[in-house]
Design a protein around this ligand. Structure first.
Ligand SMILES: *[C@@H]1O[C@H](CO)[C@@H](O)[C@H](O)[C@H]1NC(C)=O
Ligand SMILES: *[C@@H]1O[C@H](CO)[C@@H](O)[C@H](O)[C@H]1NC(C)=O
Ligand SMILES: *[C@@H]1O[C@H](CO)[C@@H](O)[C@H](O)[C@H]1NC(C)=O
Length: 709
């Protein structure tokens, strides 16, 4: 029995036509190698004249190539040939199973079958009726004896761009030929699982339970059918739901590329294209993270497209201060009037045309790339095009699509949510990526060498890019094997203030926190680092230096400090016992944001420090006070109109001013060296009668809020 199978296997040959070795073709070949199929490739490096995707007919070139290839096998009576497409096909089981099913079909030639008739619908009536299964012939794959196949293509005299589908259909629909060549259709998809038109698909999950570091296999399959013909080339790791699982197999990808042990100067050269296409919060943080990427700057060139006047200063100061650290920097500013797509073409072209460029890394300004290893991780995946997964915080909005709708727009794939939320972890072949991705320069000089990748009909820039990449048979991968970062929300970004990021506490709360909340606030919340310099006066870190500086600058920018005399409305309203030189949060339109800050950061700590008291952080008075020796140096003893008060020092004693501080009279206790970014928190009325100690030099700023008045 084994002998017989071996004999049979020797008599099986796979023929396929591939004029280019696309990634789809390489996937096909890997799966063939895995199962030990003998494959002969026809037409390699020949020009493809068989039509394109704009013209559904075509494919005649394949018939011509098959016809001429068959000449060498005329005398091989027993030879069984599988003729199959390769760009969108992969093997899902081995030759033994294929031959078994071919024999069971009991005809000399078996064609794949389809539910839809094309290219000529008028032929429907001529098709034999079937009780179940698929009725129509598909030319994407067929298997048969060499001599029968020879007869099948004998009468081909068509042109390379004539339809092979129509040709085979006409042979099949001729009852005499059908019988003499002995052709049947694989109606029940026992051999060919054709997914054309099948939209309910299941992507196979790759790496669960597998050590992600060892993993380099994008395809695993375990299904009973012999051949899987994929609907579109990006469905590389989809398996249709209807399939039953019987045998297992793993088809391995080419290896990873390790960067370990490389000297800095030997690392691949990367051109990073940075795109600031709209007003974007936290841009200085963006540049900070760019600098912190762990990759030698002398192996990085920067191309920056800044479309926004609003960001001129930030880009300028980054380039001035750090441009020299990089191998090269090129900036295209708003006055150059270069549009988004054009700018992206320019950036890519810089890399394409520079023989020293190994990778192009495209990075949009709204991407918060927190993983400093990102460049190395992506390079090591060794893909032509690869994106790291980033998504909006706790949202499903991300930089990839799991599937395409039939008209090329977004479609939610069955596994989309699992991939975004990293319940399934792996490397995914996807139809759309955006905002951040790495492209091998090699592919920019071959498959993707057309200068204009970012236009395609009326499609948006990002969709046009993906459309063009897919059309060239280049796979786009997405990895979620690591955490990389997230995407900022740009929705409510106003540009009317000096430091607009301060207003982002609602739209981008995590980024706001990272920029403005002191790194040791979390420790303070746990009760560590909280000091009590005077009875019931707590002292803990709350703001970063940047928060303090920006708040002060914002106030000085606004500039309308109260005069401190009795005409001040607050005094008439009777809330404040003593007047100060100040600007209130509501004067700069910062009331809602300040309230949110109090609620998110002050309330939790209040409840820790004064157990049993639950604050609503209501306030009527929240303001920044300015003390100057020649303006108002100090404040006479007073009670605050509050249940409790916070008093945040916004600048640094010694450097910015001298003197200052706060004295609680009842306890004869002073805090003389306030720390920048730290807040005092003390009860308001009754016990904590206090005074502001004189500022003797420079200018001192504090932010004061009277809570629960
Ligand atoms: C093919 O040949 C077999 C006998 O060898 C016959 O039973 C079968 O009906 C034929 N099929 C067609 C479609 O002619
Ligand atoms: C946070 O606390 C640690 C440990 O006390 C200290 O070393 C560090 O300087 C603090 N960070 C800042 C920004 O003050
Ligand atoms: C207050 O404290 C200072 C030293 O800290 C001391 O010299 C002074 O006598 C104290 N005053 C009262 C009224 O206790």
């Amino acid at each position: 029995c084994t002998g017989k199978v071996t004999l049979l296997l020797k008599n099986l040959l796979v023929l396929t036509v591939a004029t280019k070795q696309t990634e789809g073709f390489q996937r096909f070949r890997r799966s063939a190698q895995f199962f030990n199929y003998k494959v002969q490739v026809l037409g390699l490096d020949e020009e493809w004249k068989g039509g394109d995707d704009k013209k559904p007919a075509g494919g005649g070139q394949k018939v011509r190539l098959l016809k001429s290839a068959l000449k060498q096998y005329v005398d091989k009576e027993d030879l069984i040939i599988l003729f199959i497409e390769s760009y969108d096909v992969l093997f899902a089981s081995g030759p033994t199973e294929l031959l078994k099913k071919f024999k069971q079909a009991k005809s000399k030639v078996v064609f794949s079958a389809e539910n839809y008739i094309y290219p000529d619908r008028k032929l429907e009536a001529k098709y034999p009726q079937v009780r179940d299964g698929k009725r129509f012939l598909g030319s994407g794959g067929f298997i048969g004896y060499a001599s029968n196949l020879k007869k099948l293509v004998e009468e081909w005299k068509g042109q390379d761009d004539d339809s092979d589908q129509l040709f085979y259909t006409n042979v099949f629909l001729d009852p005499e030929k059908r019988e003499s060549i002995n052709i049947s259709l694989d109606q029940r998809s026992r051999i060919f699982q054709n997914l054309n038109g099948a939209l309910v698909l299941m992507r196979h999950e790759l790496t669960q339970g597998v050590d992600a570091k060892k993993l380099s296999c994008p395809i695993m399959c375990n299904m009973v059918n012999c051949l899987l013909q994929l609907q579109l080339n990006y469905l590389g790791n989809y398996i249709p739901q209807i399939w039953t699982f019987e045998t297992g197999c793993t088809v391995c990808d080419e290896g990873l590329r390790s960067l370990t042990g490389f000297k800095d100067e030997a690392l691949p050269m990367i051109l990073i294209g940075i795109f600031i296409e709209q007003p974007t919060p936290f841009l200085s943080q963006f540049f900070l993270r760019l600098r912190n990427l762990r990759y030698p700057k002398q192996r990085i060139q920067l191309f920056i497209h800044n479309h926004e006047q609003h960001h001129l200063m930030q880009v300028d100061s980054f380039v001035k201060e750090h441009g020299k650290e990089y191998l090269a920097v090129k900036v295209i500013g708003p006055d150059d009037e270069v549009e988004n797509a054009e700018a992206r073409n320019l950036g890519m072209d810089l890399c394409r045309k520079d023989p020293g460029c190994d990778y192009y890394f495209s990075l949009d300004a709204e991407i918060v790339l927190k993983n400093t290893e990102t460049l190395r991780i992506l390079i090591e995946q060794n893909k032509l095009v690869i994106a790291p997964l980033v998504s909006r915080h706790e949202k499903l909005w991300s930089n990839f699509w799991g599937a395409l709708s039939p008209d090329g727009y977004y479609a939610r794939s069955e596994d989309y949510v699992d991939i975004v939320q990293r319940r399934r972890v792996g490397l995914w072949n996807v139809p759309y990526i955006s905002s951040v991705y790495l492209v091998k320069a090699k592919v920019l000089r071959s498959e993707l060498d057309q200068g204009d990748l970012f236009h395609s009909g009326k499609l948006d820039t990002d969709m046009a890019f993906c459309h063009n990449v897919r059309n060239q048979g280049v796979f786009m991968y997405l990895t979620n094997r690591h955490q990389f970062g997230h995407i900022l929300s740009l929705e409510n970004y106003q540009t009317t203030h000096l430091h607009n990021d301060l207003w982002q506490i609602f739209s981008n709360p995590e980024d706001w926190r990272e920029k403005y909340i002191h790194e040791n606030y979390t420790a303070a919340l746990k009760g560590k680092l909280v000091e009590m310099p005077c009875p019931d006066v707590y002292w803990f870190p709350i703001f970063t230096d940047i928060a303090c500086d920006e708040l002060v600058e914002e106030m000085e920018h606004y500039g309308q400090w109260s005069t401190g005399d009795n005409t001040d409305s607050r005094i008439q309203g009777g809330y404040e016992n003593v007047p100060t030189i100040d600007i209130h949060m509501n004067q700069i339109g910062f009331e809602r944001e300040w309230y949110k800050f109090l609620l998110d950061y002050i309330a939790p700590i209040t409840e820790k420090l004064y157990p049993g008291y639950y604050t609503k952080t209501q306030f009527e008075l929240a303001f920044v006070v300015r003390y100057k020796p020649d303006e108002q140096p100090s404040l006479v003893p007073h009670h605050d109109a509050s249940t409790f008060t916070i008093n945040i020092a916004l600048n640094r004693v010694g450097t910015d001013y001298e003197g200052g501080g706060c004295r609680f009279l009842r306890y004869n206790c002073s805090i003389r060296a306030p720390r920048k970014g730290w807040t005092l928190m003390h009860p308001g009325r009754l016990t904590h009668y206090h005074e502001g100690l004189p500022t003797t030099k420079g200018t001192r700023y504090i932010a004061v809020s009277f809570l629960d008045p």
